[in-house]
Design a protein around this ligand. Structure first.
Ligand code: BES
Ligand code: ZN
Length: 409
């Protein structure tokens, strides 16, 4: 009976081998787990005990056995094929130990690297959510927010727009199909309030993904019109967050908690975010990632060119932005610097939390009308460009907030 089963297995293996690529019939040089090679009695021609890797020349049957064993212990592949390795062919077997040492060194470098290469697996639900982002919604939110005379924290009525925003968010959230909490956050450094919408995580609610931007505006020009419409700075980022929330509230509840902030008093020195980040740190809150959206409407470096600020941000999250760009955004990401703590991400960074700031352009190509009465929707405003930043928020809420990924250092 046993022999019959083995014969059957052999036939099955032979049959399936007919459809396998021709090279799988070749005897080839490989690198494999030393333990696997030993367990299978495969002659080890060279080895590195430290990394438990062995070099062997294996027949097709040996290859099959290694693969079967690897699958049994939950690994895939089982070995690394070196038959195409140019260095091995040109320098020959006697260089094999050197090659193993090189691999060891590479592994060590990889482990020590400030971040690891990331890639995102395309998720159809995320792709579908991204198509829901509406440019006309973004335009109407920016139109509404920039219609206030100003949103300055030093205005005698610093919370007019904050209160109205809260009412609008509550009306929108009336249609939510996942749990949420909305709160007004008061501050000691300013009379203006921040707003937070919390989408509690279903599995790991203590792990928080923060998405934020400042809701206030300022006019710093001399004399003339003192209105501060702040369409780009930062009705645009605020609108991106409203639109992200509108889409998220009817999706699956995230496994991690997602918190969306509209901060107070950024223009007077990062006031709201500084207090919030300090408080979170004092309460030892586990903030896994912070996204800052501040100015997303003026495509100064070209449509769909994103400036990724490298100061006061995390290398891991900047790498994550590049990975999500490959998978979902198909824009261009260009590294740049503000040169100072130019927005609320710096508040979180100062407390040791990993932050990301994807910006409308490079610093020097950004909107020159900010902090004046001229920061209004204009023919230069580009809502298709701005929509990408809502997509970044959505990927962070639907991919990162559903994963176990965190900054590896
Ligand atoms: N949105 C700006 C920051 C900005 C401006 C970034 C131009 C890149 C290009 C932000 O609202 C702001 O004005 N920040 C202040 C600094 C803050 C600490 C008061 C600034 O840049 O002066
Ligand atoms: Zn500003």
């Amino acid at each position: 009976m046993k022999t019959a089963t083995m014969a059957l297995l052999f036939v099955a293996a032979t049959a399936s081998a007919h459809v396998a690529p021709l090279e799988s019939f070749e005897t080839k040089p490989i690198l494999a787990d030393l333990k696997d090679l030993r367990a299978l009695n495969i002659p080890v021609l060279a080895k590195d005990e430290r990394i438990e890797v062995g070099y062997a020349i294996v027949t097709p049957l040996m290859q099959q056995r290694i693969q079967e064993r690897a699958h049994q212990v939950g690994k895939c592949g089982g070995f690394e094929d070196l038959s195409q390795d140019v260095m091995l062919h040109s320098k020959g077997f006697d260089k094999m130990l050197q090659s193993l040492a090189d691999i060891q060194e590479k592994n060590e470098l990889y482990e020590r690297a400030p971040f690891k290469i990331l890639s995102l697996t395309k998720d159809a639900r995320i792709e579908a959510a991204l198509t829901e982002v509406s440019e006309s919604n973004l335009r109407s939110y920016v139109t509404w927010l920039s219609s206030f005379p100003n949103r300055n924290n030093r205005d005698p009525q610093p919370n007019r727009h904050v209160d109205e925003m809260k009412q609008r968010l509550e009306a929108m959230l009336g249609n939510a199909t996942i749990p949420y909490e909305i709160s007004i956050i008061g501050h000691t450094s300013t009379k203006q309030n921040s707003i937070r919408v919390r989408l509690p995580g279903s599995e790991r609610p203590n792990e928080i993904v923060v998405l934020g931007g400042h809701l206030d505006s300022i006019n710093q020009s001399w004399g003339g019109d003192k209105a501060a419409p702040g369409a780009d700075d930062n009705a645009s980022g605020s609108a991106n967050l409203i639109e992200a929330l509108r889409i998220l509230m009817n999706k699956e509840q995230p496994k991690r908690t997602v918190e969306i902030f509209w901060y107070a008093g950024e223009e007077s020195g990062l006031l709201g975010s500084a207090e919030i980040a300090k408080q979170y740190k004092a309460e030892k809150k586990d903030v896994v990632a912070v996204l800052q959206l501040d100015m997303t409407l003026f495509p100064g470096s070209g449509e769909l060119v994103i400036g990724s600020m490298t100061d006061f941000t995390s290398a891991w999250l900047r790498d994550y932005l590049k990975a999500m760009n490959e998978t979902y955004l198909h824009a261009r990401v260009v590294d740049d610097k503000c040169g100072y703590g130019c927005s609320d991400h710096a508040s979180w960074n100062r407390q040791g939390y990993p932050a990301l700031m994807p910006f409308e352009a490079t610093f020097r190509n950004s909107n020159q009308n900010i902090h004046t009465a001229k920061d209004v929707i204009s023919p230069a405003s580009n809502f298709k460009h701005s929509a990408v930043y809502t997509k970044i928020a959505l990927v962070m809420a639907m991919d990162l907030a559903n994963s176990q990924a965190r900054q590896p250092y």
